[in-house]
Design a protein around this ligand. Structure first.
Ligand SMILES: Nc1ncnc2c1ncn2[C@@H]1O[C@H](COP(=O)(O)OP(=O)(O)OP(=O)(O)O)[C@@H](O)[C@H]1O
Length: 450
């Protein structure tokens, strides 16, 4: 029986989850604070962890990092309100497997749990073949075509590639395409998130270790570079690589050799490096946080993956692609989105890019009844999207949907107060009689940027 750890400070919600998960044949332990969570994780082997992003004693992202340090392979699913979607996107980068939004839809929860348990959710994933990317949709906008052209140009070479782009735009997808179109495509593609590599464990994760190299090194272990030999290694979030590990990586690139931690001898290695970042690495170089020599080694060729805002004309195509995938995965037969629903989707700003789009499409497919006229209607689309700027027609609020209408009013009222106080958030919060944190959350929810 799979053992799930639930971390949430709301006792009623915990009880509800416990009851639901137990009914679905899971063994459940639940805790209300992060300190209890960490203590429990040290003592028990869990198959999966459900984490609320807002806990009283620690920032959810910090907790994620601590859990990842303790148990890098434990799949984590975040539970968050829509207000937190941006944070959830960050959390995915820090190693969470998936996020689901509150109020939790139980069907969605079960699907997320099953798919997290199926995936090995290791720090690295190997793709030995091209299957992932052999049939793909890349969009037809000018910026998408430019990216695709760059990918196709560089793929057959052995150049190191640095992929830039916001979170969730498809940098890893681009890396997989590059590998798939290279001569190395019958060899492994190994992806690793540098954000989870600490200065202590990073060298052993990347380059392996020999038995007894450090406390806890009970056996010889190959690192990701060895696993990728002959193929490509994808170093995601390269900007997060600790300085000590940057030095070691540079040496490996220069010498084309690796040495397992604690080993006496080096070994030859043939790995193509594809790195990705959503920070401005040049800035990090200027600030002395990233080595300039390493930057140039990694950036022999650069590929920029555009945000969804820069390729709005592609949104519809991606929606249909993700809808088809979701139909297949969920056993549904949704045929499309109504015109109004599509309009909302296209106008939204998608801060989480393709990842957020894919998530929302999957959710709407799940919630749409596939009997009768199986088209996604506006009421199914999450409120956050419906109240975002640029969307104002009555229909986009689902016609008679009272909650969406009042959210719209709330947004307009907040904007008018902000204008009155010349965008001073403290004054606005005082007038609105809410605390600053609540105001910040509402600004995020309503996509109000000041
Ligand atoms: N061209 C594409 N066609 C279909 N799906 C795509 C495409 N590009 C990206 N995706 C999907 O969008 C999601 C986000 O992509 P990916 O993980 O590659 O983004 P990323 O930029 O690497 O994110 P992060 O910065 O958070 O690491 C994934 O589920 C991926 O499969």
């Amino acid at each position: 029986m799979k053992h799930i750890l639930v971390i949430d400070d709301d006792p009623v919600f915990r009880l509800m989850l416990e009851t639901f998960l137990t009914k679905n044949n899971f063994l459940v332990t639940s805790v209300g604070t992060s300190s209890d969570a960490l203590r429990t994780i040290k003592k028990t082997l869990f198959s999966l962890c459900l984490v609320d992003l807002r806990l009283p004693d620690i920032n959810g992202l910090e907790l994620l990092k601590e859990i990842k340090n303790l148990t890098p392979d434990l799949p984590l699913i975040l539970m968050t309100s829509f207000v937190d979607v941006r944070t959830a996107v960050k959390a995915i980068k820090s190693g969470a497997y998936e996020y689901i939004t509150k109020p939790v839809n139980t069907d969605e929860l079960i699907i997320a749990i099953q798919s997290a348990l199926k995936s090995d959710n290791k720090v690295s994933k190997e793709t030995p073949s091209t299957e992932d990317t052999s049939f793909y949709h890349y969009g037809r906008s000018k910026s998408s075509l430019e990216t695709l052209k760059a990918i196709e140009l560089v793929a057959p070479t052995n150049l190191s590639v640095l992929i830039n782009g916001e979170s969730g735009t498809g940098k890893e997808f681009a890396a997989r395409l590059i590998h798939a179109r290279s001569k190395r495509n019958n060899k492994p593609f190994v992806a690793i998130d540098c954000g989870v590599l600490s200065a202590e464990l990073g060298p052993s994760e990347l380059f392996g270790h020999v038995k007894g190299a450090f406390t806890g090194a009970g056996f010889d272990k190959a690192g990701h570079f060895e696993l990728a030999d002959g193929g490509s290694i994808f170093l995601d979030e390269i900007g997060n690589l600790p300085m000590e590990v940057q030095v070691m990586l540079l040496r490996v690139i220069q010498e084309r050799q690796i040495r397992r931690v604690g080993a006496g001898k080096s070994q030859e290695i043939d790995v193509r490096i594809i790195a990705a970042t959503n920070d401005n690495l040049k800035d990090s170089v200027a600030k002395g946080l990233f080595r300039e020599d390493l930057y140039h080694r990694l950036n022999e060729f650069s590929v920029s993956v555009p945000s969804l805002r820069e390729r709005k004309e592609d949104i519809e195509g991606f929606i249909l692609k993700f809808m088809k995938d979701a139909n297949k995965e969920l056993g549904k037969s949704i045929e499309g989105f109504s015109e109004e629903a599509m309009d909302i989707m296209v106008k939204y700003s998608w801060p989480g890019n393709l990842r957020e789009l894919k998530n929302v499409v999957k959710k709407t497919v799940l919630m749409t009844d596939s009997t009768g006229q199986s088209v996604v209607s506006p009421e199914i689309i999450p409120y956050e999207l419906r109240v975002s700027p640029g969307i104002s027609s009555e229909n986009t609020f689902g016609g008679y949907d009272l909650k969406a209408a009042s959210l719209k009013q709330e947004r307009e009222y907040i904007l008018s107060v902000l204008e009155k106080v010349k965008y001073n958030k403290s004054s606005a919060a005082r007038i609105l009689n809410i605390d600053r944190k609540t105001l910040y959350n509402k600004l995020k929810l309503f996509n109000i940027e000041i």
